[in-house]
Write a protein that binds this ligand. Structure first.
Ligand SMILES: Cc1cc2nc3c(=O)[nH]c(=O)nc-3n(C[C@H](O)[C@H](O)[C@H](O)COP(=O)(O)OP(=O)(O)OC[C@H]3O[C@@H](n4cnc5c(N)ncnc54)[C@H](O)[C@@H]3O)c2cc1C
Length: 391
């Protein structure tokens, strides 16, 4: 190993240890407050900024920490052993928006936004989904019409994470003809404060209270042509997918972190609760659930790490990412269900973290592409490759 490699490894190990301690000592103890207040306390967001969490995926030239994808998922598996709501606060900045600007933005766009994003001064929101464009992302109806040196954007985005808190909105809009499908989409960077852009109060959700998800209204919102991301029309879906694939990999890692947390809660209970004169952890029926869960967590962890290494080697492994997101999100739902069962009545009461975690993890099978969409993508890829081999 080269000297510089080992220095980087040491620096990463030290950072990982800081994040682990932050998650355990700061984030976990504040979970109930986040749930009760439906918001992350501002001092915790400030501490997240100070720790550099908003900049883990950006290179040092833009003020980030420059960790590669393997390191990012290792970090994610640590900080998501606390409530996933914390991760949600910076997820849209580190993945869905900044990575697209990093790979496709003009030098002016990169200089303008990336240092502020890395420092956590600018929160990004990724605005793709609409009423008629959910899984069918190519059906976006929001229009961006060229008018002199500007574009005028109109439409309504929904289910947008961090919409009420964001400063910068990456908006996918149609610049092509109404029937141009995915080919006719482009991405725009719209700043809060632009006349016509409003964010109504966030929606109430089944879980993840404290994460603010809501609509973004664009009512004849006028932006200069320099707001067109990458200054080229028509490649919006490709750009959006760059952010989505980063986010899907992180969601898969989040599922591993949340499953590890659930196991922690289960083990704590199984080694204290007694029935029929024994600790309930001594009952083989529950040991089966524990063994099954741990093996699935280990499998998901290995898959996510392998996927991250492929991501780092390039090109972006779309098929592997779909497998990791599908498997890990289904896995954590199964683990959460088993852990509720292992805790009996205590698993169903809001007094413990388990009921909240059970509700929180349900989301992972829905956003960043539902499980059905991942299955379809995986199957289509297999069939295409088989067709090519047969030809
Ligand atoms: C909390 C939360 C946060 C989100 N954050 C963001 C965000 O920040 N930015 C953003 O742009 N979006 C965001 N989303 C949107 C999310 O990505 C979509 O909800 C998701 O892609 C599914 O779209 P939909 O809800 O319209 O469901 P639909 O597409 O209507 O799907 C409904 C059901 O039909 C199934 N289905 C659809 N098409 C097919 C098919 N071809 N074959 C088989 N089954 C199919 C789906 O799997 C699902 O079971 C968020 C959603 C939630 C709930």
């Amino acid at each position: 190993m080269h000297g510089s490699d080992s220095r980087v490894e040491d620096a990463f190990s030290a950072y990982l240890a800081r994040v682990r301690a932050f998650s355990r000592d700061v984030l976990r103890p504040a979970e109930e407050r986040v749930e009760a207040e439906d918001a992350i306390p501002e001092e915790i967001v400030a501490a997240m900024r100070e720790l550099g969490l908003f900049g883990i995926s950006l290179p040092p030239q833009f003020g980030g920490l420059g960790w590669n994808m393997e390191q990012q998922v290792l970090l994610t598996m640590e900080f998501t052993q606390a409530s996933a709501v914390y991760r949600s606060r910076f997820s849209t900045t580190i993945g869905l928006t900044s990575q697209v600007i990093l790979d496709y933005g003009t030098p002016a766009q990169q200089q303008l936004y990336l240092p502020a994003m890395a420092a956590g001064r600018v929160t990004g929101a990724f605005c793709l989904t609409e009423e008629a464009a959910g899984s069918d992302a190519g059906a976006v109806a929001t229009r961006a019409v060229r008018d002199g040196a500007d574009y005028v954007i109109s439409g309504v985005k929904r289910y947008i994470t961090n919409a009420p808190d964001a400063d910068l909105f990456l908006v996918v809009a149609r610049t092509g003809a109404p029937d141009s499908g995915g080919e006719g989409l482009s991405c725009f960077l719209v700043e809060r404060g632009t006349p016509g852009l409003t964010t109504p109060p966030h929606s109430r959700m089944m879980g993840q209270r404290g994460s603010h998800v809501g609509e973004v209204h664009l009512d004849a919102c006028r932006v200069p042509k320099g707001a067109l991301l990458g200054s080229k029309e028509g490649n919006g879906l490709k750009l959006a997918l760059r952010g989505i694939n980063h986010a899907r990999t992180h969601v898969a890692a989040t599922c591993v972190g949340q499953a590890l947390r659930l196991m922690d809660e289960a083990l704590d209970y199984l080694t204290r609760r007694r029935q029929f004169g024994s600790l309930i952890g001594e009952f083989q029926a529950l040991q089966v659930l524990l063994g099954e869960s741990q093996s699935e967590i280990s499998a998901a962890r290995a898959l996510v790490l392998e996927c991250a290494r492929q991501f780092d080697r390039g090109p972006i492994p779309h098929g592997e990412i779909a497998c990791a997101k599908l498997f890990a999100s289904e896995m954590v739902s199964r683990v959460a269900d088993r852990v509720v069962q292992m805790l009996g009545g205590q698993g169903y009461l809001e007094e413990r973290a388990v009921a909240r975690l059970y509700r929180d993890v349900r989301l992972f099978r829905i956003f960043e592409g539902t499980s059905q969409i991942q299955q379809i993508n995986i199957a289509r890829r297999l069939l295409r490759e088989a067709g090519q081999r047969a030809a």
